[in-house]
Design a protein around this ligand. Structure first.
Ligand code: ZN
Length: 139
């Protein structure tokens, strides 16, 4: 069995963003030379997500509005976590809802997606460098 590991780095200037990372994951899969197997893609930070859905701007603004309704950034005093002196209580909750990782089947050297599936990095507490791990195993 072969395995291949790579990290992607992000530095989102604002607090929140959704970034389509499918081209980067496809690039790493090509480097891996693995033709059949599984690709794991996970956020390495507890205020960021990796998830799969449609690359459609209306959907992304719906996510933003929905997550802000579920866990509004302010008032900061709303979150016990912020008593630590942090201001990202909301970002931890948003990450939980959107998920930590995805696993995609690798078939004939390609990511074996369903219709319209794309991989996204979801940032909920930007302004600093953060990582995504890609681990591909197979043959
Ligand atoms: Zn925190």
């Amino acid at each position: 069995m072969l395995s291949y590991r790579k990290e992607l780095w992000f530095d989102v200037p604002g607090r929140r963003a959704f970034i389509n990372i499918t081209p980067q994951v496809e690039q790493v899969l090509a480097e891996s030379r693995i033709r059949e197997g599984l690709a794991l893609v996970n956020a390495m930070h507890i205020t960021a997500s990796v998830f799969i859905n449609d690359d459609e701007s209306g959907l992304h603004s719906d996510y933003e509005a929905w997550l802000e309704k579920l866990a509004p950034h302010e008032p900061l005093s709303h979150y016990n976590h912020n008593r630590t002196g942090e201001d990202n209580g909301d970002a931890h909750l948003k990450r939980q809802v959107m998920g930590r990782e995805v696993v995609v089947a690798v078939t004939q050297g390609k990511l074996d997606f369903g219709p319209w599936e794309q991989i996204f990095y979801g940032e909920f507490d930007g302004g600093r460098r953060k990582r995504v791990l890609i681990k591909i195993i197979g043959e």
